[in-house]
Design a protein around this ligand. Structure first.
Ligand code: ADP
Length: 363
């Protein structure tokens, strides 16, 4: 099957009634502020909901229309796509949308106008591509080890797939690596295939800042929307136990994200924050045309040299934007109004409609 054709999408957009656009998304991840933000900007909203998971969208009153599906992945079914097109929908992709619908389905089968650059989603999903984009941008990443025998310092070991940090571990030597691989297999957290695909990188000792940007393709400008840090189970729980007891308990931590809290960074680091955002946008323009488009996130650790080391990126709205649904300190400074990442997307769509440039931001 071929890829979704951008010209077909532009033809669909051409037929849409621009006065009656619906902003739609899948009911999970960041749907609450994507939809609330769309309403704030005057759009009708729709949520594609797995049956039984509609409660937040009903109770918070963010959706005008509900499209119910048996399973999230059914969002790519032809009848659902048709319902979306019939309501002049522009779909906002988020992490769960890509994970549930399946990246190839989004690339090949999802013939509905989407906000952003469809082709960039693969660049955040595949670790090698992600590393290429970040390092081509000249942004510092943790050093990567090609084989476990080379481990000469503390490393973080990760496994493929959307597993939310389950089975990840820290090791200081090849022996410890082997021992922990066996332990994770015994726990059932990884299998032999996962072990073969282990990704080993330098452990960066520092504080976590997940930095949320917005690249306006209309204005060619990188904006800073907000920052969060993560609550991860069980590592954050283990850190509350005194070291002596930790040794006795002999627990293996996992890094499963369970929540986010808003943070701000030292003002003197903001120059570096903006420089990293600008550099990533420039690299993306070269690697995956037309480049970044809309929200993106750099997940960083700040070491004691006050250097931001980026261990991951999202090339779409990141879950941590939920920490500023009513705006962040940074959006307050920039916009002087409540501005969530969701609302910023709808503002961009509104501006594109006004200036007849929807084709620039839709894929
Ligand atoms: P996933 O995207 O699979 O959940 P991440 O790459 O975000 O995995 O890593 C999960 C967590 O592990 C991070 O939030 C961070 O706390 C920690 N982590 C990741 N990479 C490193 C690293 N190189 N050094 C130290 N901690 C790390």
């Amino acid at each position: 099957m071929g890829k979704v054709n951008k010209d077909d999408i532009l033809d669909m957009l051409e037929k849409y009634d621009k006065e009656d656009i619906t902003i739609a998304t899948l009911g999970s991840h960041t749907a609450l502020h994507i939809l609330r933000g769309a309403k704030q900007e005057g759009f009708r909203t729709a949520v594609v909901c797995e049956k039984g998971r509609e409660v937040p969208y009903e109770r918070f009153g963010v959706a005008d229309e509900f499209i119910f599906v048996d399973e999230f992945k059914d969002i790519v079914n032809e009848d659902v796509q048709e319902q979306l097109r019939n309501m002049n929908a522009i779909v906002v992709p988020h992490g769960s949308f890509v994970a549930y619908a399946g990246l190839s389905n989004v690339e090949d089968k999802f013939n509905v106008p989407m906000f952003g650059n469809r082709d960039i989603l693969r660049w955040e999903a595949e670790r090698d591509k992600e590393r290429k984009m970040i390092t081509d941008a000249g942004i510092r990443m943790p050093y990567k080890f090609d084989k476990p025998e080379d481990i000469d310092r503390t490393v973080m070991v990760k496994f493929p797939g959307a597993r939310g940090g389950l089975g990840y571990f820290v090791a200081g030597s090849f022996d410890e690596y082997n021992q922990k691989i066996d332990e994770m297999k015994e726990r059932g957290w990884i299998n032999d295939d996962d072990a073969k695909q282990a990704h080993i990188e330098e452990y960066v000792c520092g504080c976590n800042y997940c930095i949320h940007y917005f690249y306006s393709a209309l204005n060619d400008e990188v904006e800073l929307l907000g920052m969060d840090s993560r609550f991860e189970s069980s590592i954050d729980g283990i850190c509350r136990i005194p070291a002596k007891d930790q040794m006795e308990l002999n627990m293996s931590p996992s890094y499963v994200i369970s929540g986010n809290h808003p943070v701000v960074i030292r003002e003197s680091l903001l120059g570096q924050v903006f420089a990293n955002g600008d550099k990533l946008v420039e690299a993306a323009k070269k690697l995956v045309k037309p480049g970044m488009n809309g929200p993106f996130c750099l997940q960083c650790l700040c070491n004691d040299d006050l250097e931001l080391v980026v261990f991951e990126m999202s090339a779409r709205i990141d879950g941590g934007t939920n920490s500023f649904m009513n705006g962040s300190p940074y959006t307050f400074v920039k916009f002087e109004e409540e501005m969530s990442a969701g609302r910023r997307i709808s503002r961009e769509i509104k501006n594109a409609i006004k200036s007849d440039r929807l084709g620039v931001i839709i894929t």
